[in-house]
Design a protein around this ligand. Sequence first.
Ligand code: ATP
Length: 806
Amino acid sequence: MCCSFIGFQHNKIYTYIGEVLVSVNPYKTLDIYNAQHMAQYRGREMFEVPPHVFAVADACQRVLRQQMRCQPRGLRWNTSGASNFTGCLTLHAETQQCKHCCFTAGLASKMVVAIRAVLAQGPTTCTCQDAMRATHTESGRGSCAGPRRAYLHGGIWTPSHRTRGAGRARDESCAGPRPSPIVTNSARAKRRGKDTCVLISGESGSGKTEASKFIMKYIAANTTQVHRDYIDRVKNVLIQSNSILETFGNAKTNRNDNSSRFGKYMDIHFDYKGDPVGGHISNYLLEKSRVVGLQPGERNFHAFYQLLSTNNPHTKKYGLTSNAQYKILGSERATAQDSKLYSVTNSAFNALGFSQAVLDDIWSIVAGVVLLGELTFTETQDGQLKVGGPVKHCVSALGVTEDALRTAMSGRVLSAGGELVSKEHSLSDANYTRLALAKAAYDRLFTWIVQQINRAIEVPVGTYKNTLIGVLDIYGFEIFDTNSFEQFCINYCNEKLQQLFIELVLKQEQEEYAREGIQWTPIQYFNNRVICELVDAPHQGVIAIMDEACLNPTKISDKQLLEALDKRLGSHKHYTSRQLAPADKKLKHGVDFRITHYAGDVTYAITGFMDKNKDSLWQDLKRLLHSSTNNSLSDMWPEGGTNIQKTSKRPPSAATLFRSSMAALVAGLQTKEPFYVRCVKPNPLQAPNTWDDQLVRHQVAYLGLVENVRVRRAGFASRQRYDRFLKRYKMLSQYTWPNFRGNNDKDAVMVLLKDLQVNDVQYGHTKLFISKSMVFAKFPIRIGLAWELQLEPSHCGKACVQHWML
Ligand SMILES: Nc1ncnc2c1ncn2[C@@H]1O[C@H](COP(=O)(O)OP(=O)(O)OP(=O)(O)O)[C@@H](O)[C@H]1O
């Protein structure tokens, strides 16, 4: 922390713990994201250059590009792919060898000639082995007998046994049916490279979204020199989609002027050259309660203020005025900045191919939501509900009739045992309905916009997807003065991500040391599985208990829900309430419960949990929106077209949907090579050059950085199975080359390293564990290891520990 503080004072906002990048928000513009900086990081190893978010982006891209550069399959593509192979090499200034695959430019161009020649022979004869053999023949080394001859095997140069003559080189691995150079889809799927993901976490305002934008910017800039219109469009679209998401999903909060009020995970797909060919965005839990309820000093979603900006024609169309005050927008008005951002949003929509008609639909819905906030209800003498306020403009914006709106607000039709029963609303029911409609309309609009963006950026059918980089920018842990259902979900999400971090970074590493019998003092860390289970265990977790209450045919109140939680979870050591701990005066009786999260205690107020979890919108309102003449709005509510008597099945609750989306997210992330960016907020004031030690300490603790440092400091730079290590390095010792005469690979490696006077290693049962110092020390091994480490960035990162942070 001390290092970070000193660095922070000198505008050095990044540091590493292994491959985990720690980023401290500078709250000021730094000149470290320009083209020159990008160039500095292009194709460089993380530890070669100062820590930076570009280094993480480059490492991600390198993982996927290695598939093309280093593996035999990379040579099986068509001739045009092969001809680009030379251009893909990142040549080291001194050795003139590619940093990724050891090719020299000369060898690569011979390879291209060879591949072309092989391809010209017909569709059944191209394998990398042929290409390699042909390369040797082309280069006058046809006989190629001798120990230095090498084949590319799974990305590793393997010295072959002596072979005599090019004819002899038709070895066993090349025999039998050969794959066609025209690669089929299923074959491609099998050969897909390793996907990567960047997990960006930190509390609100710590710089997650900015970091994700820098990553996108780097990826977009770092494509091959062959600019095709299509690739340029994809890059543009990926970047532009951010502006739209920010307009509709971000708001000014007391912690961040541009806070993302939703979670975002974006997959960027790449072709075999490492160029982006499309993407997909998943959005999680928009904070829709903000639409109708603002905390003092906060603003609603930016879209509302952009609607009211002077240059938006929809303002006038629906009788709105820029400087008037509207209920759902609090005391805030549209500013000049909103007018500017409105233009940016519009051009982003245009870049994504949204038509003018759809844009009209979108802004009309936003206007409709503002106007719903202005409607009032009174009761006439004959007990009828009278709707007042800007009704005409509201129905015009929503594309519904006045009658339909009035009916939907005045009562509801229920299906009871196949019979339709009408129920009139009270005044408070009507108001509740009005606000529920506003929230639901905006929430659905946001999800629909994300779907449309996905359509615009999806990879066209027939385009080859090789690998992907996923970028997760999701809400950080939230502890407010009053915490509700949203904070409960957000904090559960953080528990799940912490589980993933523990699994991927802390647990697996330590378990491997134990399994391999490596001497190791275990690092103590808190495993938060117990908290995840408190929330999501089937039948007995908080979510299951909430769902049970929501399904109960008699109406269960929030207070009754709290009683049920107390009864079922009373003995759990991470759960408490005033009922269970009467002496704890901080907890309100019948209102609060407390969960001890891994990041600290959070007190939740149960008020609204039942409603928010049911998240049901009466069928009347769905029908109203489905009947809209606004085509997009009607599209968003297909369920409104279903016959009411056939809609008895309850949709899953909000918490269950969230739990499922988190499970799917974590399962997807587990299959990828992860890179972590941990963002830290230096002070609560959003001010530059200000450091609040207590705030930073809290974040360092809850981001798990301390355990992370301890594990990395004590850890190993690399590990490798004995057979692989021996295959790779046996030529370095006379005792192991060409064959070791002893019993097993482990003995061979011991003899090899003894001969090389390398001591700084530990011998596990099946693997050799290589310390950090060795990576930097022994020259011949170092070259090899550096290369190995490039192949496996998770190992590579460990080499950075000493270098930058510890
Ligand atoms: N690297 C950076 N350089 C300059 N300013 C930055 C940087 N990172 C963040 N900021 C500033 O901090 C503000 C908040 O950052 P950002 O919106 O990325 O936070 P966040 O963690 O995504 O917050 P939330 O969870 O609320 O969305 C930005 O609007 C920007 O002004």
